[in-house]
Design a protein around this ligand. Structure first.
Ligand SMILES: C[S@@+](CC[C@H](N)C(=O)[O-])C[C@H]1O[C@@H](n2cnc3c(N)ncnc32)[C@H](O)[C@@H]1O
Length: 264
């Protein structure tokens, strides 16, 4: 009998020979290579970054893995399966339109940079013996063929998405237990952290093209119940970026269990 082919939507693992062709977003300890230095070092506080959630036995959808530190961390915490969805070469981020800049050049630069990051992901994937699967696509259009997940993780992704609610809606449709969202807490929003605020990052005065939004935790506290994740918890933590420590928040939204489930 012919075996059913693996869904074509999963990427074939890339063969990456050398770290020279890689860029690491995360600082990571890679067997055979040692510690590679990245832009952020989540190692000291990774559990808090993920809201101290339990991944054992769970099927997890991770949006935007970059170098994959969280992918491999979640796997090591006993997830049944991790599927990581990363941007494709064809459609790199929702770049902010900037008529004053060469958009085609920005797009090409970002694509090349992401290739190096993807190389790093696959190098680490191989070295760690990871079985995580990868889909190249877009967070607002998650293929339904991927099936259902217990947990969806969106770490540092929604700030880059023009329509963060479309991403949340897409994740919510395929997630049965919990959605985990992590963002940096911006100092100018902290005094109103409880309020449901989404702040536009680009302005005529700055040249920001890679970040659309900054959020308060209150924004997600109010938004997640709209998609059925009514039991919301917020964890505050510090994370290291380029050797400095920055405040972050993680919002964990759980689907409210039915009375029958609670009694079981
Ligand atoms: C700042 S990095 C965060 C990496 C990691 N999740 C973390 O929390 O450390 C943002 C990641 O989101 C990805 N990303 C941005 N927009 C995306 C989209 N529309 N769909 C899927 N991934 C996206 C980027 O390519 C990158 O891998």
């Amino acid at each position: 009998m012919t075996e059913e082919p693996e869904l074509a939507l999963f990427a074939e693992p890339w063969q990456v020979e050398s770290p020279e062709s890689c860029h690491f977003y995360h600082t990571m300890d890679i067997p055979g290579l040692g510690t590679v230095a990245g832009h952020v070092d989540l190692r000291p506080n990774a559990a808090a970054y993920l809201g101290n959630c339990d991944f054992a036995g769970r099927r997890v959808l991770e949006i935007g893995p970059a170098s994959g530190f969280l992918t491999f961390f979640i796997e090591a915490r006993g997830a049944r399966e991790v599927v990581a969805l990363e941007v494709s070469d064809r459609r790199i981020w929702d770049i902010v339109p900037r008529p004053d800049q060469d958009m085609a050049a920005l797009q090409a630069d970002r694509c090349n940079h992401m290739r190096l990051i993807k190389n790093g992901f696959w190098l680490a994937h191989h070295a760690l013996g990871s079985t995580a699967k990868v889909v190249y696509g877009d967070a607002s259009h998650i293929p339904e063929e991927l099936g259902l997940f217990d947990i969806a993780v969106l770490g540092g992704v929604l700030l880059h998405c023009r329509d963060p609610l479309a991403c949340l809606e897409a994740c919510g449709r395929m997630t049965t237990e919990a959605i985990i969202i992590t963002e940096q807490a911006m100092p100018w929003l902290e005094a109103r952290a409880e309020q449901p605020l989404k702040w536009l990052a680009p302005s005529p005065e700055n040249k920001v093209w890679d970040v659309w939004w900054r959020f308060t935790p209150g924004f997600f506290r109010n938004v997640l119940p709209l998609y059925g994740f009514a039991d919301v918890r917020i964890v505050r933590h510090q994370q290291i970026s380029l050797e400095k420590s920055y405040p972050h928040f993680t919002v964990v939204g759980r689907r409210a269990r039915s009375q029958g489930e609670q009694a079981a």
